[in-house]
Ligand binder design. Structure first.
Ligand code: MG
Length: 217
């Protein structure tokens, strides 16, 4: 019997894993965990959801990959609506905070695992505004590695961002498990040789961690 490679690090996504949408029914219907955020922003700005998506179009993508600063993104978006960048930022921050809630069970599991000697890490796509809302420093300072797309100039599912994290963890892919709620983010991780968990809920996630030989889950 061949021995299973030992897991030494657990890597977590943030949106949809360590932070969960407060209203899970919209995701089931429409498929994306930030939809509630965008809905609330467009309501607040009194425009349609489609108009909002048109407004943020490429600047949102640019800022997730660090090609546009927060200041630039907010000024581009607010140019076409009757609000200023400062007000817009407040509306967006509030929308993230209202629509997401910390997955405390998974957080406490992460720190339990750290105490047992596992490394814990974050691999997350964020633009600066969502990073400020969902990633306050105090919640992440005790992770061994934290990689956020807008800070490193690339995003999932680009394999380079996974490799960067593995390099920082100083571990081969086979000794890590990556937890994410999107199938397209899981694929490159698997290809690199990481173990993967497509996150559905805590119960399923804990079960799959156990299957990978992680004790005390
Ligand atoms: Mg996610």
């Amino acid at each position: 019997m061949t021995k299973k490679p030992q897991i030494k690090a657990i890597i977590f996504d943030v949106g949809g894993v360590l932070f969960l949408p407060k209203n899970p029914t919209i995701i089931k219907k429409r498929g994306h965990c930030t939809l509630g955020v965008h809905q609330q922003i467009s309501n607040k700005l009194k425009i349609s959801l489609d108009q909002w998506f048109d407004l943020i179009d490429s600047i949102y993508a640019d800022s997730i990959e660090g090609r546009a600063t927060e200041k630039k993104a907010l000024s581009v978006i607010s140019r076409n609506i009757k609000t200023n960048p400062g007000k817009l930022k407040k509306i967006i921050l509030r929308a993230y905070l209202n629509n997401f809630t910390q997955n405390k069970k998974l957080y406490s599991l992460a720190f339990k695992l750290k105490k047992l000697g596992y490394k814990i890490a974050i691999l997350s796509d964020q633009w600066p505004v969502s990073q400020e809302a969902l990633m306050p420093k105090k919640l992440y300072k005790n992770f061994d590695q934290v990689i956020v797309s807008c800070n490193v100039g690339m995003r999932k599912p680009n394999p380079k961002i996974y490799r960067l994290l593995l390099k920082k963890l100083k571990l081969p892919a086979k000794n890590t498990v990556f937890i994410d709620n999107q199938t397209w983010n899981i694929k490159p991780a698997k290809k690199l040789g990481m173990k993967t968990i497509l996150f559905k809920d805590n119960k399923q996630c804990f079960r799959e961690l156990k299957k990978l030989g992680i004790k005390k889950v």
